[in-house]
Design a protein around this ligand. Sequence first.
Ligand code: ADP
Length: 184
Amino acid sequence: MNIILFGPPGAGKGTQAEKLISRFNIPHLSTGNIFRSNIKNQTPLGKKVKAILDDGKLVPDETVVEIVTDELQKDEYQKGVVLDGFPRTVIQATALDKFFSDNGSRIDAFVTLSVPEEELISRILSRGEGRSDDTPEKIKTRLQVYRNETEPVLNHYKKQNLVKVIDGVGSIDEIFDRILKALK
Ligand code: ADP
């Protein structure tokens, strides 16, 4: 089962992804986690993307698409994947669709977590993960980038009838139950 978890920064994609992977026993692929671990380990990729993440901007499509498609070819993803943080632009979505269709696979569900903007900001500021992009100014940039570049991905998948809109306000378990119902 291939699931895309979608939504603005702070919507809870990472938290719900963790619950989905343990329920369905499929791996989690988070582009944000990949970038942060490369930055931490000072790899060439990490050096290339550090300033971009710090600014709250998007890593170039070409780079992200290459990483994700390389990763998805590994054995561990053949049963499925929970994608979190990808695709984030229509170009990435189109590349992902092509990858799945070339490999005789498909997206089973596109789950989008809906959370009001004030709540997103307060969640990010209070989660205290110490991320360099979790400052009020950078959060503003990330929300702007989301609206301009990422939200159009929703329409891309609405056209394919894959979108499940989930109310992302409530307890972690309540939201997870809503996702499970939507996946049935
Ligand atoms: P959040 O959803 O809270 O913003 P993520 O961990 O998904 O956090 O992403 C953190 C940062 O990593 C983004 O602001 C962006 O710079 C980079 N990033 C992650 N995924 C992508 C992607 N698919 N395309 C471009 N940049 C990405």
